[in-house]
Design a protein around this ligand. Structure first.
Ligand code: IPE
Ligand code: IPE
Ligand code: MG
Length: 249
């Protein structure tokens, strides 16, 4: 941990989600092809995964590829897929040494067989790890996820297993791809964009948001710890009064 950024060990967010943005611009600024930015972005993934593990974050969700990203040029999509496959292979020691369990949220069925096979293998190999879940959002979008959840619940209603009147917020949470983890405490987006881009729309209802101007390949451990330290100073009220005011009324 950095000596300069004090992090309270008693207030570490359980779940941090990151919109890793800015790889393309990082490359373009250097007159490199966009793919080079993605390669550099993987180094940041490694850094931040290690850092998250070190401070005891239980769930780290990374937005790696959105449903909408399929609309990018074919060469970029292929490069990203190849990078994913090599990354799953190369990072296996990192996952095993740090007790990291890999998870995927997204439309897994749309991936090419070799990508699907690499994912399945990594998921199986790390299934017994319990220190941190590294959740990759791949071919993910929140509207896709919510549409799937609605379909699932509608199916249960049709089969007579669920009454429409019994559908509540927790039944919806349970029908989502993220049902195995709590909602993010903190959502970070890099690259100076102030938008959510179809990520975890349901789950971020009360997440704290942190926007960094830094492009993802330049995002350092200390910047990550800085975001955590900033989170720790916030007063999360969840629509109520802050704890210091709660008793006065
Ligand atoms: C984020 O970087 C990574 C993916 C979306 C796969 P971008 O590729 O969006 O980089 P910019 O936003 O064009 O700089
Ligand atoms: C969001 O970044 C998706 C990922 C980081 C994977 P984008 O670059 O695709 O989002 P927009 O297009 O700027 O909204
Ligand atoms: Mg982008």
């Amino acid at each position: 941990m950095s000596a300069d950024i004090p992090i309270r060990t008693d207030k570490v967010p359980r779940h941090v989600a990151i919109i890793m943005d800015g790889n393309g611009r990082w490359a373009q600024m250097r007159n490199l092809p966009r793919q080079e930015g993605h390669i550099e972005g993987v180094k940041a993934v490694r850094r931040i995964t290690r850092a998250a593990c070190k401070i005891g974050i239980r769930y780290l969700t990374l937005y790696a590829f959105s449903t909408e990203n399929w609309g990018r040029p074919k060469e970029e999509v292929s490069a990203l897929m190849a990078l994913l496959v090599s990354c799953l292979h190369n990072e296996m020691p990192l996952f095993m040494e740090n007790g990291i369990r890999l998870r995927v949220i997204g439309q897994e069925e749309v991936f090419a067989p070799e990508v699907k096979a690499a994912l399945d293998e990594a998921l199986a190999k790390t299934a017994g790890n319990t220190r941190m879940d590294l959740v990759l959002a791949l071919s993910y979008s929140a509207r896709w996820e919510l549409t799937e959840a609605v379909r699932k619940l509608a199916g249960e209603v049709r089969e007579g297993r669920l009454e429409p009147g019994d559908i509540d917020a927790s039944s919806i949470s349970r029908a989502l791809a993220t049902s195995f983890m709590p909602d993010p405490d903190l959502l970070i987006r890099t690259s100076g964009e102030y938008r959510i881009s179809n990520f975890l729309l349901w789950q971020i209802a009360y997440s704290e948001l942190f926007f960094s101007p830094v492009l993802w390949p330049d995002f350092t451990e200390d910047m990550f710890y800085g975001a955590i330290a900033d989170f720790q100073k916030r007063d999360r009220r969840f629509g109520k009064l802050s704890s210091s005011n709660q008793s006065k009324s």
